[in-house]
Design a protein around this ligand. Sequence first.
Ligand SMILES: Nc1ncnc2c1ncn2[C@@H]1O[C@H](COP(=O)(O)OP(=O)(O)OP(=O)(O)O)[C@@H](O)[C@H]1O
Length: 248
Amino acid sequence: MTAVAHTASAHADSTGAGSGAGVLLQAEGLHKVYGTTVALDGADFRINAGEVVAVMGPSGSGKSTLLHCLAGIVPPDSGTVTYRDQQVSSMSDAQRSALRRGDFGFVFQFGQLVPELTCLENAALPMRLAGAGRKDAEAGAKKWLERLEVDDVRHHRPGQVSGGQGQRVAIARALAGNPRVVFADEPTGALDSLNGERVMELLTQAARETQAAVVLVTHESRVAAYSDREVVVRDGKARDMTMLAGAV
Ligand SMILES: Nc1ncnc2c1ncn2[C@@H]1O[C@H](COP(=O)(O)OP(=O)(O)OP(=O)(O)O)[C@@H](O)[C@H]1O
């Protein structure tokens, strides 16, 4: 095993970065290997409630793998992921799915909306999957579509809306279930810069109001500028740049 950059973790408790509401999600010493490729090599990470953390770094450095391990989508080979007092890394597939449905929201580069459903039905889908009735789920989803300024396209299907509108619908969908953590992997990657900035404004505002934490994978510094803190992943290790800067 390679030595881990623990600088960030060593300072995070005392500085209480972000809302100060305490660590919500934490990873320690994550290792993940695909064949002969080392995707994560002892990565540490932590995020507080209400905090927006940008995960940056070169292509292939392990950013998405880190996000997938944090979200319980991919189990790490070793290391731990702790959400509140639960060990995500030792949960069964079914437990991890339940956690993702109940507590996490997801936004990806290409919204990944279900093409057969309307924008409203898409935004309501996580709540439906979590057991809400159609009426309640759609009422909750409509509120978020209004908030994301795409209520007017709620009866359209994803193929009938622009990329920016589709991405806003995807964000509404991620937020509608009142997630405690939103995982956003290059959420503005497919958008022009104006749309990208508006999407980031809406995402971060909404997250701050609901005290959701946002793990934001991006390679764009103008997107990372919306975060409270930046973590750089390089060669499968994560370094907290804000903490490092503060320590100088
Ligand atoms: N499912 C997989 N199977 C095989 N190799 C994988 C898989 N997922 C990731 N990798 C490899 O692991 C390494 C890290 O990938 P990852 O997608 O986490 O990087 P990234 O920093 O998100 O890259 P990018 O910025 O290009 O999206 C890469 O070398 C990648 O090819």
